[in-house]
Design a protein around this ligand. Structure first.
Ligand code: UN1
Length: 514
């Protein structure tokens, strides 16, 4: 699956053949090493595929074995290294990211396309996460509690689990790895990360921060490559105790089955079909502004993207016209050019998938195309994967484009008759990540917060923009009950241990009457 992507992304071109591309290796046991086979793959700029970002190790089971062995070797002493000391290293990582934010963000825009302001936000999210998680080094609280028996003390503490296998996506190439690596290592685990094949450079940059901070060898390891050849052996490796995955629902379900069969802990963060409800009493200008950002920020390639607008019949005409107008006005182009507001989509396969959904919207779904609806190929744009911000109007709640995750700059406006009808439409999808409501009515706002079946809910703001100190994740097809971010992130990366200390000097029997 992933291989096909990269093959398209990496088709050779004359203009780059002359320049020597940078070569990047795996990071195993504190060393930068090529794949055991010597194989590499290319990473190209989706805004201009003539630009070769670099070549990366095309890893396989042997590389995964080495990385996992390094993580296992490092684990016993890292586990016993005091958590506040582990936190000091994480604070150092944060400071390094602050210092290198611009450079990291530029590399990120070059390898995955989103505009510089947004890659800055992505890097900032990793910085925020590092400061937040590092603070936990002096907390990681458990409970002290009462005992049923006299002269007996009881408490619970968190322990680490062991080696964690982390599989991360390309849309938040450093933020999402930070959600996984940082709580994992702060809690005393060691990790092997396999970044998306479209964005290995961002994780190379992240790993360099751990190296510079002086993390012991083997605590953080990285193998680059593809899902089938590098991701699968990592997930299945018997030493790997925790798997944390962010990506498609289809892949997540496979991982869920495989890890269950092997008795591993598994956290999944998958798709979304997030909606903005706009009621007739909403501040319409604010709602349009929010919808524009929610639908077209990151070219719609967020799990949290606002891909459905559920709008009250009294204001739907006005809202749709205004949103389409604003969408037409967005400047689409390479993200490194500061005047652009929307970058390309990630690769050819993804572009074709999005264009396929646009076609379904026009034909099968019989929706009304209000803006965009096509690939942009003018001038140098033809060298990249640009799609015009697309708004569909008159979309039925059960239309394909209103049900399936498109992961591109496409949003659907659905008309609702009432608040109750809006909630029903909102909940009528397979996913449950994020939802929002624009209303001036506090009663409606609270009812929506109560009844929307999503892990994240916004009032008078779009569906994107979660902050790292609150739990992130979703219900239904979006996840499997775990959360990233917040102190809840530690649940998957720690094992609870209950401790009983009997200082009575006699045998006391719980639950047994004398
Ligand atoms: C994602 O799209 O997978 O809430 C993550 C947001 C960002 C994270 C998105 N802070 O939109």
């Amino acid at each position: 699956m992933a291989k096909a992507n990269a093959a398209k992304k990496s088709s050779p071109s004359k203009s780059t053949a002359k320049t020597q591309a940078a070569q990047y290796h795996n990071f195993i046991n504190g060393q930068w090493v090529p794949a055991a086979s010597g194989a590499t793959f290319e990473n190209r700029n989706p805004a201009d595929t003539r630009d070769l970002v670099g070549t990366f190790a095309d890893s396989a089971a042997e590389d995964v074995d080495r990385a996992v062995a390094a993580a296992r070797e490092a684990y016993p002493s890292w586990r016993l290294y005091p958590a506040p000391k582990r936190a000091e290293l994480v604070f150092k990582v944060a400071d390094i990211l602050v210092r290198r934010k611009d450079e990291i963000s530029r590399d990120m825009t070059r390898e995955m396309g989103k505009v510089l302001k947004e890659t800055g936000g992505d890097t900032q999210e990793a910085i925020d996460m590092a400061y937040f998680v590092a603070g936990e080094g002096r907390r990681l609280y458990g409970h002290t509690t009462t005992s049923e028996l006299k002269n007996k003390f009881a408490m619970s503490v968190r322990d680490s689990v062991g080696v964690c296998g982390l599989i991360t996506p390309w849309n938040f190439p450093i933020a999402i790895p930070s959600w996984k690596i940082l709580p994992a290592i702060l809690a005393g685990n060691t990790v092997v990360i396999k970044p998306a094949e479209d964005t290995p450079l961002s994780v190379v940059n992240f790993v360099k921060a751990f190296e510079e901070a002086g993390l012991p060898a083997g605590v953080v390891n990285m193998v680059t490559g593809f899902g089938a050849t590098a991701g699968a052996p990592l997930i299945k490796h018997p030493t790997v105790r925790v798997v944390s995955f962010t990506g498609s629902t289809a892949t997540g379900r496979v991982i869920s089955t495989e890890t269950a069969a092997l008795g591993k802990r598994c956290s999944l963060e998958m798709g979304g079909k997030n909606c903005i409800i706009v009621m007739d009493d909403a501040n319409l200008d604010l709602a349009v502004e929010g919808a524009l950002w929610g639908a077209f920020g990151t070219s719609g390639q967020r799990c949290t993207a606002s891909s459905r607008m559920i709008v009250h019949k009294k204001v739907v005409k006005k809202f749709t016209a205004a949103l389409a107008e604003r969408a037409k006005g967005l400047r689409v182009g390479p993200g490194l050019d500061l005047k652009n507001e929307v970058g390309p989509v990630i690769n050819q396969k993804q572009m074709e998938k999005i264009l396929g959904y646009i076609e379904i919207g026009k034909t099968k779904d019989k929706a009304k195309l209000m803006s965009g609806g096509e690939r942009l190929t003018e001038g140098d744009l033809k060298h990249g994967y640009f799609i015009a911000p697309t708004v569909f109007g008159d979309v039925a709640p059960n239309a394909v484009i209103a049900q399936e995750e498109i992961f591109g700059p496409v949003t659907s406006v659905i008309t609702c008759d009432s608040f109750e009808n809006a909630i029903e439409i909102a909940n009528g999808v397979e996913y449950g990540l994020s939802a929002s409501i624009y209303t001036a009515d506090v009663n409606r706002a609270f009812t929506a917060m109560r009844d929307l079946q999503t892990g994240i809910c916004y009032v008078n703001a779009p569906t994107i923009g979660a902050e790292v100190h609150l739990p992130f994740g979703g219900t239904k097809g979006t996840g499997n009950g775990h959360r990233e971010g917040g102190i809840e992130a530690f649940e998957i990366f720690t094992e609870w241990k209950s401790l009983y200390i009997d200082y009575s000097g006699v045998l006391q029997k719980a639950q047994i009457e004398d």
